[in-house]
Design a protein around this ligand. Sequence first.
Ligand SMILES: *[C@@H]1O[C@H](CO)[C@@H](O)[C@H](O)[C@H]1NC(C)=O
Ligand SMILES: *[C@@H]1O[C@H](CO)[C@@H](O)[C@H](O)[C@H]1NC(C)=O
Ligand SMILES: *[C@@H]1O[C@H](CO)[C@@H](O)[C@H](O)[C@H]1NC(C)=O
Length: 191
Amino acid sequence: MEKKPILVTLVVFFVATTVSIAYGIPDSPEALEKWLETQHPAKEKVTRLVFYVRDVISTPTPTNVAVARANSTIGSPTNFGLVAVIDDPVTVGPEPGSKIIGRAEGIIALASLEETSLHMTFTIVFTDGEYNSSTLSFVGRNAYLTKLRQISIVGGTGAFALARGVTFIDTVRSNSSGDAVFHYDSVLLHY
Ligand SMILES: *[C@@H]1O[C@H](CO)[C@@H](O)[C@H](O)[C@H]1NC(C)=O
Ligand SMILES: *[C@@H]1O[C@H](CO)[C@@H](O)[C@H](O)[C@H]1NC(C)=O
Ligand SMILES: *[C@@H]1O[C@H](CO)[C@@H](O)[C@H](O)[C@H]1NC(C)=O
């Protein structure tokens, strides 16, 4: 019997594991390629992430600014055509002053003629904690006035390389100034 293949397998496994540990969160195309090779086709993890996103319009330093609208937006009951850019703090809890762990940066557009509904495309970059510097990208339809909305998580970087999932969003509070706090409850698959 030829025993070499078993030894080779063990050596390859050891090297692959070592490479995986050594590379940690991949920070170059080569590191990502090696890291994914060691993970794939390993079983993906299911991670539940809960955080809050704070949208401030009313202060002199808003985190949500309208950047464009059509002439017809003014007369639209659903603000159809309004486009805004956000850089909202992501916090651990819903209360003012809660610890900031990231930013939600991207574009939102009022995209329904029939109801108040957003098309959202944005990325959350984590700036603290276990996922510091990793990102998650979100795309979807957010019918703002319904109780619970769902949007897609379409990818990520760092600890979330090749991630995908779904986020459930509900409004914790909002006021007539347009300021609001949202609860994001995400379930995602990633390596
Ligand atoms: C929008 O309104 C402005 C001011 O009333 C007008 O000058 C402009 O031509 C309008 N644009 C379109 C595309 O209708
Ligand atoms: C998060 O990562 C950035 C970039 O690597 C680093 O500068 C920062 O100190 C980290 N923050 C924490 C709280 O670890
Ligand atoms: C809305 O809430 C913000 C704090 O998030 C506050 O600064 C603002 O005054 C409030 N506006 C109204 C009309 O209550």
